[in-house]
Design a protein around this ligand. Structure first.
Ligand SMILES: O=C(O)[C@H](O)COP(=O)(O)O
Length: 166
C-alpha cells in the first residue's frame, strides 16, 4: 500500500520582495498554521518517508515550518514542475517516485484540489482545499507508477480552521 499526503501551502502574503509571484512569503496566519499542521501529522501518523515540494517561497516556507514540527529528517525534492502545476503534472511527479511508501507533496491550488478530487475518483470540487489543508489518501498499489490502476481512498482531510479550534 502507498500513502500520499497532499498539503497546500499555508496562507501567503500578497507582497513579494521581487514583485514576482514565485517569491511571495507566508503571512502571519500561514506561519502559525504550517507548524500546527506539521505537529498534527507527527501525532496522527508520524513523519513521511519522502517529500516533494514546489520551488516557490511560500511552499518552501511552509515545508520548513511544517517539517520541523513534524520532525522530518530526510531530503526534500524541490521541483519546479509542482509550482502552480496542473493536476496532470502532479500526477506525473508522484507516479515516478520510488520506494517511499509514505509520500508528502506540498503544492498549490487549483492543481492540488483538482488532483485530489481525481485520485479519489470523485467529480471536481467534491472537496475544498483551503490553504494549509492536509489530506491523506491511501492506494492499494505496490508501485507509485500504478497510481492510475485504483482510486485512492480518502482517509482524512484536515483544515486549519478546524485544527485551530481543538
Ligand atoms: O495555492 C494557491 O492558490 C496559489 O499558490 C496562490 O496562492 P495564494 O492563494 O496564497 O495567493
Amino acid at each position: 500500500m502507498k500513502t500520499l499526503y497532499l498539503l497546500r501551502h499555508a496562507k501567503s502574503s500578497p507582497y513579494s520582495p521581487t514583485g514576482g509571484d514565485h517569491d511571495r512569503p507566508l503571512n502571519d496566519r500561514g506561519r502559525r498554521d504550517a507548524p500546527r499542521m506539521g505537529r498534527v501529522l507527527r501525532k496522527v501518523d508520524g513523519s513521511p518517508e519522502h517529500v516533494l515540494c514546489s520551488t516557490s517561497a511560500r511552499t518552501r516556507e511552509t515545508a520548513d515550518l511544517f517539517l520541523e514540527r513534524c520532525k522530518y529528517k530526510g531530503e526534500v525534492d524541490y521541483l519546479d514542475e509542482i509550482y502552480e502545476a496542473e493536476p496532470e503534472a502532479l500526477h506525473r511527479a508522484v507516479a515516478r517516485q520510488g520506494d517511499a511508501d509514505r509520500l508528502l507533496m506540498i503544492g498549490h491550488n487549483p492543481g492540488t484540489e483538482l488532483f485530489l478530487c481525481r485520485v479519489i475518483g470523485g467529480p471536481e470540487a467534491i472537496l475544498r482545499v483551503p490553504t494549509c489543508a492536509l489530506t491523506r489518501i491511501d492506494f492499494d498499489i505496490d508501485e507509485w507508477a500504478d497510481i492510475d490502476r485504483v482510486n485512492g481512498m480518502l482517509v482524512w482531510h484536515l483544515i486549519p480552521a478546524v485544527i485551530n479550534e481543538l
